[in-house]
Design a protein around this ligand. Structure first.
Ligand code: ADP
Ligand code: MG
Length: 730
């Protein structure tokens, strides 16, 4: 055989695969080596400048021109010591990847001599040519003005590629008129809003709290496959997933991969990746095999959410680069292989105060427990009230394959809290006002406090099927897709919780103004929250059909596809919240909705074109060649005097192969017609829905013919690397 598959297998068999990059120093000696940390900044700044820097930051004010110049000078000095030649404003546009445009420090002075230059202006703001980034109509293309603005909360870092170094400055990307064009700007706004709302409530319990930060610890799943196999699969290259391919005889049935020994080659990749991450200040800590063959997971220590989001985006870039170095390709698509578990990105989320308290930690004392219950119940209430918006925040073409496919949570958002807390919620709900007052007089000796024993912290029962689970001292949002930018779900979560906490505080304050004691006012409100939100709680198997039915009875939304799930972004209720909390204006949200729909359409369209192309110029020619073989076999047999009845099997195979060939051809023709029709739909949403309902189902139809042929057509003719070759090659 001689085709791209055979060449790929050849390359794979013959080239060296083991690359090692090991640093045996203690991680603490080089952690953050490539980050311009605050302690480094300190050594370059005067005392006054450093003080001014700290103050500006803590007050969330704009940096003065003079201070920005001093910080730029500090950055430049550090870069010059490190031999860094270029700098870039690093940002996260809505394309789904990170973006950078490198400028050199080098310039010519007025006298014509070569110098290195970097000042406050260059640090604070840049104007990349923004016309080709998605804006959903926010920025007329002729204007094309978008600005990147320095985010001083996220430290600058140095990207080191083959010895050449570039300073990366985390920035937000906004239009000329200040509208968000990226993932980060709305995230930062949501963090500020959450800080304000949560601080107000946290002060009921500790008046020294001045700031509340959302914390995020993501767990990133991914596949690693050989580079040669990847390049022989145009579908993987262009869409990140295999759009055809028959499940291998041995997939994940034996469940022998999860937590198994990590293959050497992958191990080398992980060591190298972790080294890079640690130098970049990404605090990765755990690594292990995942459920599917060639699937793995990586998780860090949690961090303040803005930084954690940047770190995850950076990680996704670094993973790609390091993998290639090892002749591997890192697949972040949610569902690269049909019939095999896809990848997610669990987002562990909590809120922490500047006094060092995790507000979702049950704590040891009654007071802490009431504080815990307050934040815990308000979060659940927020999820209950805005489940549709949370669902929208994780909607993507790739994630549609995963949600509800018995490997990831369904599209129904529910909350798992475990036995103890379920009882605690019931206890609160059943109390009457009289009880609360009496107990309050008894210094709050509520048995709910006793019901949350200390062991809970590390002993929460696990429910791996829940999309939103409380896991001891944080909530874990498990429905996020592996390729997603974490900021979308985090922004929505911060916003809805902020919204809820604000409402909660208004009501509690009113009770207090009416003469209620503080703790009892809080309990009265908590009880009313529990009453109105308990239908979102679910402890059972989220994968079961019974749950889908039960959820429908409870009136919980179950929206399975992206175009429809995105509707939740632009409901009156959502638009009002977005704009009232100053996260995004209606215009910004509508633009984002449009961009998400367009992204969906483009992705489906690319896959459709790919499928068409693969079928017509790879699969069908291979099958036709095999069909010729069958025909000449039959002809030779007939020539030799065998009669037709004795060739029953040959004819059967021939008919089967021929009918699937026809099936593929007709399927692709039908698909072309439907794609044309799709583009004649009225609105972007209608186009997306049409692609979803009419074009995508044809993928499956066409694929089923191709996957059957993969079984019947002689192996040597098959042009694309098979699943077994992609997934089990180490
Ligand atoms: P799992 O059993 O799901 O692997 P782990 O306990 O190992 O869970 O933690 C998973 C992630 O949760 C880690 O990234 C961890 O840093 C993060 N995490 C722990 N505490 C918090 C917190 N308070 N806020 C946000 N994330 C947290
Ligand atoms: Mg997890």
């Amino acid at each position: 055989m001689s085709n791209s598959r055979s060449s790929a297998l050849n390359v794979f068999m013959t080239r060296p695969k083991m690359i090692k990059n090991v640093d045996n120093r203690k991680i603490s000696t080089y952690f953050g080596e490539n980050v311009f940390t605050e302690s480094k900044l300190r050594t370059y700044l005067s005392n006054d400048a450093y003080k001014a820097y700290k103050q500006t930051l803590s007050e969330g004010k704009k940096f003065t021109r003079d201070l920005a110049d001093q910080i730029a000078a500090a950055l430049k000095a550090w870069c010059m010591e490190q031999g860094t030649t270029h700098y870039t404003h690093w940002f996260q546009p809505l394309t789904g990847t990170t973006a950078e445009k490198h400028d050199s420090f080098f310039t010519l002075s007025s006298s014509g001599s070569a110098i290195e230059k970097f000042d406050g202006d260059a640090l604070v703001q840049q104007e990349p040519d923004a016309s080709s980034f998605p804006s959903g109509g926010l920025r007329a293309t002729f204007e094309a003005r978008g600005y990147t603005a320095w985010d001083p909360m996220s430290p600058a870092f140095m990207m080191e590629i083959n010895g050449s170094k570039t300073l990366c400055i985390p920035t937000v990307f906004i239009s000329y008129t200040g509208e968000a064009l990226d993932h980060k700007a709305p995230l930062i706004r949501s963090l500020e809003v959450l800080d304000k709302a949560a601080t107000g409530v946290a002060r009921y319990f500790d008046r020294f709290v001045n700031k509340v930060s959302a914390t995020l610890g993501w767990e990133q799943e991914y596949f690693l496959i050989d580079k040669a196999m990847y390049y022989a699969r145009p579908d993987l290259m262009a869409s990140g997933r295999t759009i055809i391919g028959r499940s291998p005889a041995k997939g994940q049935q034996l469940e022998d991969h999860y937590f198994g020994a990590i293959p050497d080659r992958v191990y080398n990749f992980m060591v190298d990746l972790e080294l890079e991450c640690h130098k970049l200040g990404i605090p990765v800590r755990t690594r292990h095999n995942e459920v599917a063959p060639s699937q793995f997971e990586l998780a860090p220590m949690f961090e303040e959410a803005n930084i954690a989001v940047d770190h995850n985006s950076l990680l996704m870039d670094v993973m790609d680069r390091v993998a290639r170095r090892h002749y591997l390709i890192c697949l972040l698509h949610e569902k690269p292989f049909a019939g095999i578990n896809g990848s997610g990105k669990h987002n562990n989320w909590s809120m922490g105060t500047d006094t060092g308290t995790n507000l979702l930690s049950p704590g040891k004392t009654p007071r802490n427990n009431l504080q815990f219950l307050t934040f815990f119940i308000n979060t659940i209430k927020a999820v209950h009230d805005h489940a549709d918006l949370l669902r929208a925040s994780i909607a993507s073409e790739g994630n549609d394959y995963r949600l509800g496919a018995n490997e990831a949570p369904p599209a129904i958002i529910s909350v798992f809290i475990g036995d103890f807390l379920t009882k605690a919620m019931e206890t609160i709900e059943q109390r009457v006002d009289k009880d609360i007052k009496e107990e309050e007089e008894n210094e709050l000796k509520l048995d709910i406090h006793k019901m949350i024993p200390d062991v809970m912290m590390d002993n929460t029962d696990r429910n791996r099927t829940s999309p939103f689970a409380f896991t001891g001292n944080k909530f874990e949002f498990r429905a996020v897709g592996s390729s997603a930018n974490c900021s979308e779900p985090m922004m929505v979560l911060n916003m809805i919780v902020a919204n809820q906490l604000t409402d909660f505080k208004n009501k509690v304050d009113k009770h207090i103004a009416d003469g209620e004691k503080k703790d009892s006012a809080i309990l009265i409100e908590l009880r009313s929250c529990v009453k109105s939100c308990k239908k979102i709680l679910f402890e059972g198997d989220n994968y079961s059909e019974a749950w889908a039915k039960e959820a429908a009875k409870r009136g919980l939304p179950n929206i399975k596809t992206t175009p429809l799930a995105l509707d939740a972004m632009i409901t009156k209720k959502a638009l009002k919240m977005f704009s009232e909390l100053n996260i995004m204006s209606e215009k910004e949200v509508e633009a984002r909705h449009e961009i998400n729909l367009e992204k969906y359409i483009k992705k489906v369209e690319i896959e459709a074109h790919l499928l068409h192309e693969l079928c017509i110029n790879q699969i069908l020619p291979a099958c036709l060649r095999y069909q010729t073989d069958l025909l000449s076999n039959i002809k030779a047999a007939l020539d030799a005097g065998l009669n037709k009845t004795s060739l029953k099997t040959q004819y059967e195979i021939l008919n089967l192969v021929s009918s699937h060939i026809e099936g593929i051809y007709h399927g692709t023709e039908k698909m072309k017609t439907e794609m044309d029709k799709a583009h004649h739909q009225k609105s972007t949403r209608d186009v997306a829905v049409y692609f979803c309902d009419k074009v995508k189902p044809l993928f499956l139809e066409i694929r089923s013919h191709a996957d059957t042929l993969e079984l019947y057509v002689e192996d040597k003719y098959w042009p694309l690397p098979k699943y077994r070759e992609i997934l089990f090659n180490r």
